[in-house]
Design a protein around this ligand. Structure first.
Ligand code: SAH
Ligand code: SF4
Ligand code: F3S
Length: 467
């Protein structure tokens, strides 16, 4: 047994680098919280760190390649400071497990997404001269009781994890293997965290889960379907629409966003709650992955092209100006040119605000890797991806240009990347908007008159604060 010393006075410095999706960035805040209880304070200077954690992503091969390159660079840090402890955390750690210790001699700690409470113990084992690993996945862990330490925050927007894991088994996806079974977090702890953020001056929360529409609280533990709950559990259960409403009422002065929705599960109840509350942003990230029903079937997405289109029609019939964005995979196994054309026509039809677009990358151990052949040549994948990107860019530009002359409501997040004289924020539909700072302040909600538009950005002038 290793004794863990909890001595906040002995501040060792922890540097955390996060990769991948918002859930990973949110996890890093939980990691910082756990470590701070054991005498570690976070630093933004990697050279002064005693411990460096890379919180990694495994979604595509290039995500893992980036980590391997990063580890190569960290060799020189270790040369300068032989006591430096290097940990690989998150999804790549979970996927590779002890192989990572074998392959990367530099790495001292390997920890999967459900073992972060053990991190102080793992670091203590390394202090004692060993190397340490914990990649056990849990069916209950939600870290719901912890107070995340907000890292690199703009002080305006904060993530709140509402669930963990995923039970969906989309055939291309590694997430069910790296994050384990789906489980929802106690709504009381979510609302408490939202209220604390409001008190701390934050203006916006983003509720996070891999499939928020299947959020269901019935007392804790692995996911269950509503219909399998007892009558009493059904009575007291909280689904995603209920949770959204609880949050909208608990923090009426904060904006609320969420991600990610699943086309199979999003329902009218959720969209009606969005329509009812002015502080819930009118924006839905609804990944289609493909516009062709055969491809969707072998992706195991559990919906067809027509089902997806019906969901978009449903959303727009309730919230006509709802912003909708998408994820697309180009060149999935056996995809034909005609099937690729179906993806293009879906983008044109759906008029997504924007999309995240990727080439298919086979992940070892996934159902697609086991049962299907990754048979689309790299050059064809690349060309299809480029066609998707070009079309989405044209759609985004057209949608943005349609807003010229209109006013949009923008929450100021911070300085624009290009000029410190301009603010950057997002409107309700999640369109990035830039305008001269004038006397406005970070965190203000302002009306902006849109004067120009690019593929990615609305550019305008503030005309007043929303009171
Ligand atoms: N839970 C979310 C997505 C999480 S992963 C959902 O269901 O939509 C984020 C995105 O990465 C996915 O939407 C998908 O477009 C992409 N992705 C996942 N696995 C991939 C793979 N093997 N190759 C390429 N892109 C992938
Ligand atoms: Fe992956 Fe599908 Fe789960 Fe999203 S819903 S995380 S794509 S398995
Ligand atoms: Fe990557 Fe894990 Fe998120 S694989 S996308 S960091 S859930």
């Amino acid at each position: 047994m290793v004794e863990v010393l909890s001595n906040p006075a002995s501040t060792r410095k922890l540097y955390i680098e996060s990769y991948g999706c918002a859930m990973n960035f949110s996890d890093s805040e939980i990691i910082a919280s756990i470590m701070s209880e054991h005498g570690f304070s976070t630093t933004n200077e990697e050279l002064e760190a005693d411990v460096i954690f890379l919180n990694t992503c495994a979604i595509r091969d290039n995500a893992e390649q980036r980590i391997r390159d990063r580890l190569k660079h960290l060799r020189s840090n270790k040369k300068q400071n032989s006591d430096l402890i290097i940990g690989v955390l998150g999804c790549m750690a979970e996927r590779l497990k002890d192989k990572l210790l074998e392959e990367e001699k530099l790495v001292d700690v390997v920890a999967g997404p459900d073992s972060y409470r053990e991190l102080p113990k793992l670091v203590a084992e390394v202090d004692d001269g060993g190397r340490a690993i914990n990649v056990l996945l849990s069916r209950e862990e939600t870290y719901g009781d912890l107070n995340p330490v907000r890292l690199n925050s703009n002080g305006v927007t904060a993530f709140i994890s509402i669930m963990r894991g995923c039970d969906n088994m989309c055939s291309f996806c590694v997430v069910p293997f790296t994050r384990g079974r789906e489980r929802s977090r106690d709504p009381e702890s979510i609302v408490k965290e939202a209220k604390e953020l409001q008190t701390a001056g934050y203006k916006e929360i983003i509720l996070l889960g891999q499939n928020v529409d299947s959020y269901l609280w019935f007392g804790g533990g692995p996911k269950k379907e509503f219909k399998t709950l007892t009558a009493e559990e059904q009575e007291t259960s909280v689904d995603f629409a209920d949770l959204l409403e609880l949050c909208a009422l608990a923090v009426p002065n904060m904006r609320i966003r969420y991600s990610t929705s699943h086309p199979r599960d999003i329902n009218e109840k959720v969209v009606h709650v969005m329509a009812k509350y002015i502080n819930i942003c009118k924006y839905i990230h609804l990944p289609a992955q493909s516009g062709n029903s055969r491809v969707l079937e072998i992706m195991n997405r559990n919906y067809t092209r027509e089902w997806y289109m019906d969901k978009i029609n449903m959303i727009r019939s309730i919230i006509p100006n709802c912003g909708i964005s998408c994820d697309i995979i180009a060149g999935f196994c056996t995809e034909t040119e005609e099937e690729h054309q179906d993806t293009l026509s879906l983008i044109e039809w759906a008029e997504f605000e924007f999309s995240y677009m990727y080439k298919y990358s086979e992940r070892p151990g996934t159902p697609a890797a086991k049962k299907l052949t990754d048979d689309i040549p790299e050059a064809v994948k690349g060309r299809r991806l480029q066609e998707i990107i070009d079309l989405q860019n044209a759609v985004s530009k057209r949608k943005h240009e349609a807003l010229i002359g209109q006013t949009v409501t923008v929450l100021i997040e911070g300085a624009s990347k290009k000029s410190k004289d301009d603010w950057m924020g997002r409107n309700d539909q999640n369109n990035v908007t830039v305008f001269p700072c004038e006397h406005y302040q970070k965190g203000d909600l302002v009306e902006v008159l849109v004067e120009r538009a690019t593929v990615t950005t609305l550019i305008g002038k503030a005309i007043g604060k929303v009171s």
